[in-house]
Design a protein around this ligand. Structure first.
Ligand code: 0A1
Ligand code: ZN
Length: 879
């Protein structure tokens, strides 16, 4: 295995490559354990490189079989990790390299490997060097031609990047296909697939009339599960034309679903390879959440064709250039396809759940990091989701028109190149005439800013004065922070619930009067005039910046926002904030503090939402879904005791369920599903509210809720309702629950994606016996460490979704994680490292758990022959 330099790789050390590779001709002869790879590289010196430099190509675990320079043998130094030509010619030359690789033995799922009976590849970030020696860096762009050869019986389907230009039969039961991708690309976008697969197909006419053959390849028998993915693909293609003016550029677009995949999916040019979880969906097997996931990942990978492929990254430090931007694009797509408000709420929930803790702990890094040891560990919520928030803020700050102009400029100017964040921002600076140098700090500085707001209302003068202050906590390697540009969208709600017009005499009043305050200094005071009634400030509307707000607003103010705010995001936020207030009060009371304040008014407000038939059910469901244990832990921030959080939250759920039981039952009756299943947002929203109601009814009255859940479990006609019922039952110990789990297993035993749900749900049961149950699940005949989805379903769900058991005081949860990480590490270090990052917030735990967690990290770090991936996470987590 490869070892990165101990001092790490630094952005400041970036140098252009000394050589360029204009074209790559690959000849790959597939064989389970002995795949022969012949690569012909047309190499020349880069005018921007160092004159006289010798050529060193990257490798990872390779064995060189043959090497020719312009057809003649040549002396070179070959190790598994590198191939160096000591006497490198000055004139352009062709290097022919033969290597042999063993796909069947590739358990890392990087490079060429086997998933089921198919051959497939994963080359981002540095997998291509596991296939052949190459300049495996994103700023070396080459035209790839790939000849793939295989046994017809084993792999009747042979797919590559670009367009297929030839195919034919060969002797000995073999055949070949020749693929050519005319668009120069970096090696991380290379892909091939060979296997016995079925497909569904469609034709798509681009707006300029190019006909594109679309196909989705799946295992035999799974064709009928791919239609929603195809529908999502077609909608994505049309949307990118309409909203970003981007058209598809090849004659074919192929998607292949595989069951063994480390991540969600991969945007290889013209040949996207997917974790099948994001392709396969049917009413009987996929939840509404799964449908939304398919739609957004299909869109994400498709959108990469322009943001990532046509314009790629100069180096891996610029990863957010393609990822943050593409996440922003897929979020906007889903918002347009579904409810914008619900999409925003769920994206912010995700950001707070994943990215905020990352940014507040030892693994914090800037959206564009400046050093890494193992790039695979930087496919993070910070790079992806915070990266998308930066794009969103940019659009908010410069306005939709200039944002669109900037995007067009970016596409025009950088098409066919490997670009940087500076290149990207320069287009928006030019389009808007704004200086974006301070804005670029969002890429440089890690940590979640805290914005404090003091408000002072002078009734006599009818003036509201708001005093803002920003601060950003220190993060690893960054103790001092400069002020960010923070767009704060806001409105004022009067006593009668109406929006108060914004009138200001401030500098920058125009923005303020449009409801956008730009906080660019550490402190800023803004006064609003003609404020006739005591206002409540609705701040950070639509979550206009990835920041935290303080101090908490008063309960009465939150009530007003919940009832009247015109911004749906902030109505939801008000419900979350009220729930948090209640939970904090319960925690204080349990510690012997003053009795918790009465929740009656909060419950009644939620009750009114549930009873109002005109309300969007999906938004009501979001309002009912309380902050998770992990949200609460993050808000507490230090000395976290997961048991205390769990009991306070359970108490709130129980009381809310009791208080609203009649309204919840009525809502369920009102929302009886229509005949037939439709995955559309409206139908999904009704299911969401019905199931949120079920969950709360059971929290208030386990007997009644359990009976309802049992019935729904038996009668459900779709996976959303069946799994929701099982999830409600999973919290009610007893025979009914175990019987339901058994019935579920029996019904879906042949469907690995559904079984993942079965495993994950059991792993998250918040009961003492669960750790033992998880250990047993790992002995189950359907468990395998070789399948990343299964490992995530059992161990990932336990470590990230079962805080009371994972953080158990006897250390059993941490022991379980450590033993899986160490067993997995030699097989799949990327996955092992991701699992270990479940411990990233260990410093915020109370002392006993903190010590146990630290000892666990130290134990992992001390293990022999640790991968670079795991040792990087353990080292930084402890650092
Ligand atoms: N670029 C893909 C994600 C991806 C990243 C790394 C991988 O292997 C280490 C695989 C996929 C995306 O953003 O969808
Ligand atoms: Zn991506």
């Amino acid at each position: 295995m490869r070892n990165p330099p101990p001092q790490g790789i630094r952005l400041a050390d970036y140098r252009p490559p000394d050589f360029l590779i204009d074209s790559v001709d690959l000849d790959i002869s597939l064989h389970r354990s002995k795949t022969r790879v012949v690569s012909r590289l047309a190499i020349r010196r880069n005018p921007k490189g160092r004159p006289g430099a010798e050529l060193t190509l990257d490798g990872d675990g390779l064995v060189l079989r043959r090497l020719l320079l312009d057809g003649a043998s040549v002396a070179a130094e070959a190790t598994p990790d590198a191939l160096t030509l000591h006497a490198t010619p000055d004139a352009p030359f062709v290097l022919e390299i033969e290597t042999e690789v063993d796909p069947a033995a590739n358990t890392q799922l990087s490079g060429l490997y086997r998933s089921g009976s198919a051959y497939c590849t994963q080359c981002e970030a540095e997998g291509f060097r596991r296939i052949t020696y190459f300049l495996d860096r994103p700023d070396v762009l080459s035209v790839f031609t790939t000849r793939i050869e295989a046994d017809v019986a084993e792999a009747p389907v042979l797919l590559g990047n670009g367009n297929r230009i030839d195919a034919g039969a060969l002797e000995g039961g073999r055949h070949f296909a020749l693929w050519r991708d005319p668009f120069p690309k970096p090696s991380y976008l290379f892909a091939l697939v060979g296997g016995d697969l079925s497909h569904i197909s469609e034709r798509f006419a681009t707006r300029s009339g190019r006909m594109v053959d679309l196909a989705i390849y799946v295992e035999h028998g799974k064709e009928k599960y791919a239609s929603y993915a195809m529908d999502s693909l077609i909608r994505s293609m049309r949307w990118d034309e309409e909203v970003f003016g981007r058209e598809y550029d090849l004659d074919v677009f192929n998607i292949v679903a595989v069951s063994d995949f480390n991540m969600g999916a991969m945007e290889n040019k013209g040949l996207n390879i997917f974790n099948d979880k994001y392709v396969l969906a049917s009413p009987e097997t996929a939840t509404d959440g799964d449908y939304a996931g398919v739609e957004s990942v299909i869109a994400h990978e498709y959108f990469h064709n322009w943001t990532g492929n046509r314009i790629t990254c100069r180096d891996w430090f610029q990863l957010c250039l393609k990822e943050g931007l593409t996440v922003f694009r897929d979020q906007e797509f889903s918002a347009d396809q579904r409810s914008r408000a619900v999409k925003r709420i769920s994206d912010v929930r995700g950001l707070r759940l994943q990215q905020f803790p990352e940014d507040a702990g030892p693994l914090a890094h800037s959206v564009r990091p400046n050093i890494y040891h193992e790039i695979n560990n930087f496919y993070t919520a910070t790079v992806y989701e915070k990266g998308a928030e930066i794009i969103r803020m940019l659009k908010t700050l410069i306005g939709a028109d200039d944002f669109a102009k900037g995007m067009t400029l970016y596409f025009d100017r950088f098409d066919g190149t490997a670009a940087t964040i500076e290149d990207f921002l320069s287009c928006f600076a030019e389009a808007s005439g704004r200086d974006l140098s301070q804005f670029s700090l969002w890429y440089e500085q890690a940590g979640t800013p805290l914005v404090t707001v003091e408000s002072d209302y002078d009734a006599a003068a009818k003036r509201l004065t708001l005093s803002f202050e920003q601060s950003t906590p220190a993060t690893p390697g960054q103790s001092e922070k400069k002020p960010f540009v923070i767009p704060l969208a806001l409105g004022l709600i009067g006593e009668n619930g109406d929006e108060i017009p914004l009138v200001s005499r401030e500098a920058g009043a125009q923005e303020c009067e449009r409801g956008l305050i730009e906080l660019t200094t550490q402190k800023r005071v803004v006064a609003f005039e003609n404020v006739g009634s005591h206002p409540v400030v609705s701040l950070l509307r639509g979550f206009s910046a990835p920041v935290r707000l303080a101090p908490p607003q008063a309960a009465e103010d939150l009530q007003r926002l919940l009832a009247h705010d015109s911004d749906p995001f902030n109505r939801w936020q008000a419900a979350q904030s009220l729930a948090l207030r209640s939970i904090f009060a319960r925690i204080e009371a349990a510690r012997g503090g003053p009795a918790a304040e009465a929740d009656g008014p909060f419950f009644d407000a939620l009750g009114r939402l549930v009873e109002a038939p005109e309300r969007d059910p999906s938004l009501v469901a979001q309002a009912l879904s309380l902050p998770s244990d992990i949200d609460i832990a993050r808000e507490i921030g230090r000395d976290v005791d997961p048991d205390v959080i769990f009991s306070a939250r359970s108490g709130l759920r129980r009381d809310l369920g009791r208080r609203l039981s009649a309204a919840l039952a009525d809502a369920r009756a009102r929302l009886v599903p229509a005949e037939g299943f439709s995955p559309d947002a409206g139908s999904a929203g009704r299911r969401a509210l019905r199931n949120a109601a079920l969950d709360l009814i059971a929290a208030g009255d386990p007997g009644q809720g359990g009976a309802l859940a049992e019935r729904q479990f038996g009668e459900a006609t779709n996976m959303t309702d069946r799994l929701a019922a099982l999830s409600t039952l999973s919290l009610l110990p007893g025979e009914a629950r175990e019987a339901a789990f058994e019935a579920f297993y029996a019904r879906y035993a042949g469907d690995h994606l559904v079984l993942d749900k079965w495993f994950a749900l059991q792993s998250t049961i918040p009961e003492a016996e669960t750790t033992k149950r998880v250990a047993q699940l790992m002995e189950h005949k359907d468990f395998s460490l070789a399948n990343p989805n299964r490992v995530r379903a059992v161990v990932g769900a336990f470590a990230n979704g079962n805080p009371t058991r994972f953080h158990a005081l006897d250390g059993s949860g941490y022991d379980l994680l450590a033993s899986v990480v160490l067993e997995l590490d030699p097989k799949n270090p990327q996955l092992a490292a991701r699992l270990l990052s479940a411990l990233r917030s260990w410093r915020s735990l109370e002392e006993r758990r903190r010590k146990l967690a630290e000892a666990t990290l130290r134990r992992v770090l001390a293990a022999p022959a640790l991968s670079a991936d795991v040792s990087d996470i353990a080292t930084r987590a402890l650092g």
